[in-house]
Structure formats: structure tokens, C-alpha cells
Design a protein around this ligand. Sequence first.
Ligand code: XIL
Length: 359
Amino acid sequence: MNRKSLHTLLLATLVIMLFTGCPKPALVDDIATLRDAGDYHGKWIGAAVDPSKFAESAYDTTLKTEFSMVVAENVMKMDTLQPNKDSFNFTPGDSIVAYATANTMALRGHALLWHSQLPTWIKSEPYANLPDLLLTHIDTVLTHYKGKMHSWDVVNEVVMDDGSGLRNNNEDIATSNYSIWADSATDDSLITEAFYKARTADPDAILIINDYSNETMGNAKADKLYSLVAGWINDGVPIDGVGFQLHLMEKYTPDYAAIRANINRYIALKPGFEVHFTEIDVRIEEPATEAKLANQAAIYSHLMDIALDYPEVTVYITWGVTDKYSWIPGFFTGYGSALIFDDLYEPKPAHDALLDMLQ
Ligand code: XIL
């Protein structure tokens, strides 16, 4: 067939399709859930979960319909996983794995080296014992979940809030500068060993260093974390990506340009380096008015806009499924309504703005 008759044939087919109402190929704006829209763009849309809520029908339906990834909000932290020395409790974590498998969802692991939610017994161990105890913990947990985890937060919140160094055991125990896992503000030995151990125990998991207030370039803490990660990567430490927790406040508009600049410098560190948005919530000072909910929606959708511009941003997780169980009111007095589904599991403006952005 020559080119002219091919054109005529194509044109005729198009005209026939138009007039016969032949079904159009699926368009992204026909996709009705965040989960499906995220799949379309190759983004994991996740939620932090509490397995004791799986039996609640609205929780279950919302979670498996709208999200493609889950992370344990609490039950894969050390206090739950190793409540007594050398005695592991995988039961609640395993129920999350079973849920994800049954609903074809991906899993993130959270968190291995972290100063908080530690079992009591480890706090009285001398520093000299900690390397073995931490590495055994990592090895046991990653071996147990081997092949099931998309990624692990191997290291969580190690930089002090003022960016001056690593949280460590010389700081005042009553402050957020204290951690059992370092012996000084520059002692990164356990951090790097944690990554090597995690890589050996589960070579397929993406290994992440996660933190809060680390998303904007130009902020002292963010810049400190970046320079530490750059140094570790340079030394060959197996770190595959950075997690931005993104516990934000509705009343402060994020500096989106500074977030983009920060992502740019991280992804330049090595090919394949990923950025995960790991714990997003946008808390509102009560009462939540329509205007505040609209601001919140704009923040959620701007973050998705950024995610869509970077193939390296593969994960977009909200820290909970519903406002009904969000950690925010318990931790930040006077604040709430931080998630994208309300107390009754109704989608909020933030949910609809996210769906619009993905469409
Ligand atoms: C929070 C949980 O949401 C709460 O239920 C728990 O009581 C305390 O921890 N950064 C993190 C998360 O990395 O693990 C924290 O999760 C929130 C801040």
C-alpha cells in the first residue's frame, strides 16, 4: 500500500471511530483512585499502617483501594521487634506483610537505627556492646523479611536539629540531641556499618537514610545531612536514597524551589539514587476551616507535582490512612486534620487535589 492510500485508510478509520462511539483508549483522567493513578505514573502511593486496624472495614477498603504501598507506623521499630534481648516478635509485622501480599501492595521497612522507640533493655547496655547488638538486630530483621521489602529506612533522624552534628550519647538525654547510637557528634561508625549489614542481609532492598526538616536546600540540618551522605557515598557506603519525612504545617508554605534544588543535588550523587517522600502529613491548627483545607490540598499537590517531575522520586507516602488515627493530635497540641481522608474516611480536598494532579 502506498503512503497516500495508507493515509486515506487511517483517516477513514478515525472518522468511523468518531461516529460509531468506539471506546477510546483509557485516559489517565478516567482513573478514579490514587493507587491506579500512581501506577500509571510509576509512583508508589503509600500509607503508614497499624495492623490492628485492618479488621475495620472502612480502613481496609480505603487502604487497599487508594494506596499501593504500606509501611508499619510502629510495629517494625526496635521496641516491638526485639522487646527483650535476643527475643524477636515478628507477629504484627508479619500481618502487614500478609496484608500487602493479599492486596498486591509493596512494603517499606521502618526503622532500624533510630534513637526513639527503643526497648528498655538496650538503654542500659554499655556503648561497647551496641555495634554487635544493632548489627544482629538488622541481620535478623532483614533476613526475616528478605525478598519482601521494597526499601528500608536503615537510618532514621541521626542529625541534630541545628545541623551541628550527629545526635549522640554525650548530649543531654532530655533533649532531641541525644542518641545511644553515636559516641560523639562526628561518630558515624554505626551508621555506615548499619548500611553495610543491611546490604548483605537483603541485597535487593533499597537502603534509605530518612529524616525530617531535611527537604530544603539551604537549611542547616538539610545541608548537614546532604554533606554527610555525599561523603558516605564517596566512601562507597551502600546508601541508595534519602527519605524526606515531610511532616509539614499548613500555615507555612514550603519552599518548593529549595526542595527541587535539594533533590537535584542528591540525584547527582550517583546514578539511580532515589528520593522517597516517606511520612507526609500537613497538620492544621484547629479548627480546620475550608481555607486551611484548601491550603493543605495545595501543599499535598505541589509535592506530587515535584514527584512527577523526577523519576528518582519513586515513593509518596502519607503518615497514616485517616485523620481518625493520625499521630498528630497526640503529639502536637492544638493541631490535627493532617491527612487526606477525614475521620469518617471521606476524601478531603487534599485527596482530590492529588488525584487531579496525577490526572
Ligand atoms: C510516630 C508514630 O506515628 C506514633 O504512633 C508513635 O507514637 C511515635 O512515632 N518520625 C518517624 C516516625 O520516623 O516513626 C514517627 O512515627 C513520626 C516521626
